[in-house]
Design a protein around this ligand. Structure first.
Ligand SMILES: [Zn+2]
Length: 57
């Protein structure tokens, strides 16, 4: 798996327990796709959610 952004819907359905572990405590959000992730390298354009809420880019 590269990033959550690349996942297809079929893959998500088949691996739901595995992928939920990557998003159960999200700190990052993808500013392009809006997927959220626990780890920075799981989305293609990561930004810290706390930074995003502060208006940082
Ligand atoms: Zn993305």
């Amino acid at each position: 798996m590269k990033t959550l952004c690349d996942l297809k819907k079929d893959y998500i359905e088949e691996h739901i327990s595995e992928v939920i572990k990557l998003v159960d405590k999200p700190k990052y959000v993808c500013r392009k796709c809006l997927r959220s992730a626990n780890e920075k390298d799981k989305v293609c354009k990561p930004i810290l959610i706390s930074d995003a809420l502060m208006g940082k880019k």
